[in-house]
Write a protein that binds this ligand. Structure first.
Ligand SMILES: Nc1nc2c(ncn2[C@@H]2O[C@H](COP(=O)(O)OP(=O)(O)OP(=O)(O)O)[C@@H](O)[C@H]2O)c(=O)[nH]1
Ligand SMILES: [Mg+2]
Length: 719
């Protein structure tokens, strides 16, 4: 396989709403460039970027995948990303290693909630965006008027920089061609063919539209550029060369968001899309130098453009040019465990030139790592290359230590790229191995899966000792369970999602804890008086010592505190930790011979439990902040549903991507909200959820929870 210089590489994240056809479109692009002999399909699992067994089974992309196209001397790296709202953390992570986003819009619906969300992600990273209206073959998409409205809707959302650079040719034969508005050439395709068009004359029926659209494009491109404006006013158009250069710059600078048309499924327009990306998407070397944290070392001959001065060993912001001559730096954007290949590490060459067989330093882990053979990934298939240049995407296999988010490179020139942060998991389940054999396999298998998926968490509940897994939502955890079974032959039982309730008190109370035992010779004696009082939310447990005059000798006070804290952690009502309390020991007594730390600890536990009994013990529940986006029609139904879930709506905005509702809802009421939302909005809504604060559970509901929970823990004062 050929080696490409960074200037001949384009890195593109393919993003958009679920089912807009991203995975299918990538398969079509691969066929148009003859990377594959036939077109892969999502529906039969043959699409190159849909290889993960769960993605295939569910016919949706749940994790990023990489592919590439060699097209007229350039290599276009394509990252396929999820469009389902639950997996957008992946999509966001895919924006870090690329220089442009190809935003796929479903011609049947126009821009949707997730389209808007990914647009924001791209805007945050100043990523140029190229829009492709896809599925134009669909009968629902074939009206000229409908398409016109779609463009207007996108302009309303994202500004008048949204401009068509193509028009589709749709007639009684359906969608079978495009007009290139830069060159004013038309191309026609054999639907279900190989994606390569044949030049034709612009059909009569589109000529007037094409002329108007060409002028609109030229005018926008010329805007703000004096010489171009002059040329435009004098001749009514721009020389193609000028237009091309100015359009390339405008796309790179986010001044223009060009719109193209395609059908991935029928493979129409795809060669023109590739040609457009080649000509107008920024080259990998064409972006600003990468700003990263660097560490200055005296041995560093060439710091790669270090700013300012910092003492040796200190961190500094480094501007690293995407250049073969700069020191080597790699950023790991994905890790995959493949049944055939083993662990595959996907990286971007931030700077420098990477050659096969090199050993580099993993800066994040302070360990050397031998990369061995180098590859570029075509879906799950590694294709060997001998070198990779600054800006390119590549992969290595069987690395020992390296994980997603790590930066590696030249030992003398440390550099840290800030990894994309993962949101807090929205849902937690208890997971139980089915058999003894499964128990031994479970933890290692889960750890492997967590390497691939930084959103997954796995830990033991300190209260119950249960294994807990957290993820983005129910489908995420269900996919995890299938993967455990399919890949690691580990069977598990999933239990209802757990709500991490807490306990607290609503009143002040005092009580005495006394522990006295006379068993033969040496007895046990401890005695303390405790006061408990409520504290503001988020305080946790505060312990105070107000003993004066040695009622309890100083050396026993830590034992009292320990007893209190242990009891608080064990809970009083139903075994949930007691929080937001202050416990003060203010009096007590002791015995010269029989007192011991143990005796005081036991006395404190008794005292604590008696205090709890008197202080109006209450249950606290986690309250989540939720943001829901859906088309306006569903707003009423969504609000009604939120109210029935004890939700408090805090705001509602309409415009842009439909309606956005912000609310606070108890976690217990929205454990499976993804399913509800899909049902209410026919799959067109999206939501984001995060833990916000704890609040008291209303009395009636608390009673039910307590009845369902285990009996209060036994009084251990007499142990
Ligand atoms: N008519 C028509 N259907 C299409 C086209 N592209 C995709 N589809 C169908 O739409 C469905 C979704 O296609 P995918 O390629 O999986 O869409 P996606 O955007 O990758 O979806 P997610 O991965 O879930 O975000 C499949 O059933 C495709 O066959 C198209 O150009 N025309
Ligand atoms: Mg997909």
């Amino acid at each position: 396989m050929k080696n490409y210089l960074g200037r001949d590489v384009r890195n593109i994240a393919v993003v958009g709403h679920a089912h807009s056809g991203k995975t299918t479109l990538i398969a079509a692009l691969l066929q148009a460039a003859k990377m594959t002999a036939t077109q892969g399909l999502v529906d039969d699992g043959s699409a190159v970027t849909a290889y993960d067994e769960e993605d295939v089974a569910r016919r949706t992309t749940m994790a990023n995948a990489a592919a590439f196209v060699e097209w007229n001397g350039v290599k276009i790296n394509l990252l396929d990303t999820p469009g389902f709202h639950m997996f957008l953390h992946e999509t966001r992570a895919a924006m870090l290693p690329v220089e442009a986003a190809l935003v796929v819009v479903n011609a049947q619906t126009g821009a949707e909630a997730v389209t808007d969300r990914v647009w924001k992600y791209a805007a945050e990273g100043n990523l140029p965006r190229v829009l492709v209206v896809n599925q134009v073959d669909h009968p629902k998409a074939d009206s000229r008027q409908g398409r016109q409205q779609m463009i207007e809707q996108m302009q309303e959302r994202w500004g008048r920089q949204v401009v068509q650079v193509q028009l589709p040719i749709v007639d009684e034969k359906g969608f079978h061609g495009v007009v290139d508005l830069v060159t004013m050439k038309a191309f026609q395709y054999e639907p279900d063919g190989n994606g390569r068009g044949e030049e034709i004359k612009i059909p009569e029926a589109v000529q007037a539209d094409a002329k108007a659209a060409h002028e609109a494009l030229v005018e926008l491109v010329a805007e703000g550029k004096d010489e171009l404006m002059e040329e435009f006013f004098n001749s009514g158009t721009l020389v193609e060369e000028h237009l091309t250069a100015a359009l390339h710059e405008a796309v790179r600078e986010d001044n223009i968001f060009p719109v193209l048309y395609a059908s991935g499924l029928r493979n129409v327009g795809t060669d023109r899309l590739l040609e457009f990306l080649k000509a107008y998407a920024p080259a990998a070397t064409e972006r600003e130098p990468v700003a990263a944290r660097g560490r200055i070392q005296t041995t560093a001959g060439n710091g790669g453009g270090v700013n300012g001065v910092a003492a040796e060993g200190q961190d500094e912001i480094v501007m690293r040019a995407v250049d073969d001559k700069a020191p080597l730096a790699l950023y790991v954007y994905k890790t995959m465990t493949d049944p055939f290949t083993g662990r595959v590490t996907f990286f971007k060459v931030i700077s420098g030139k990477m050659t096969a067989g090199a050993t580099v330093q993993n800066y994040t882990r302070s360990e050397p790592e031998s990369l061995g053979h180098l590859y570029v990934m075509q879906g799950r298939k590694p294709m060997e290359v001998s070198e990779l240049h600054a800006g390119d995407l590549g992969a290595a296999v069987k690395l020992r230590e390296t994980l997603t988010g790590d930066t590696l490179g030249d030992k003398a020139n440390e550099l840290f790229i800030e990894p994309v942060s993962m949101p807090e998991p929205a849902m937690t389940y208890a997971i139980e191995p089915k058999t003894r054999g499964d128990e031994d396999k479970l933890a290692p298998a889960l750890h492997k899966l967590m390497e691939e998926d930084p959103m997954l968490r796995f830990y033991r509940d300190p209260q119950t000792n249960d294994f807990l897994v957290s993820g983005a939502g129910q489908p995420h955890i269900e996919a995890l369970v299938s993967k455990l079974k399919r890949r690691y032959h580990t069977n598990v039982i999933l239990h209802e999602p757990k709500v991490p309730y807490r306990e607290t008190v609503r009143a002040k109370a005092e009580a005495q804890g006394r522990h006295k035992k006379q068993s033969g010779g040496h007895g046990q004696f401890g005695d303390c008086k405790l006061r408990i009082e409520p504290q503001p939310r988020g305080t946790g447990v505060v312990f105070a010592n107000e003993i004066f005059g040695g009622a309890i000798p100083r050396q026993y006070v830590p034992a009292v505190e320990k007893g209190v804290r242990e009891s608080a952690a064990r809970g009083y009502l139903a075994g949930y930790p007691v929080v937001d309390i202050k416990v003060t020991v203010f009096d007590g007594s002791y015995h010269d011979v029989d007192s011991s730390e143990m005796a005081f600890k036991i006395a404190a536990r008794t005292g604590f439990r008696k205090c709890m009994e008197l202080a109006k013990p209450s249950l606290l529940e986690p309250i989540m902040k939720i943001e829901i986006e859906a088309p306006d029609d569903f707003a009423g139904a969504l609000m009604g549903d939120l109210t029935s879930r004890r939700g408090r709506v805090q705001g509602m905005e309409s415009g842009g991507a439909g309606t956005m509702i912000r609310a606070e809802v108890p976690m217990s009421e929205i454990l499976t909200y993804g399913t509800t939302l899909t049902a209410i909005t026919q799959g067109r809504g999206s939501f984001r959820i995060e833990m916000d604060h704890y609040d008291l559970v209303p009395q009636l509901i608390a009673e039910k929870i307590l009845a369902a929970a285990k009996q209060p823990v036994e009084d251990e004062a007499e142990e």
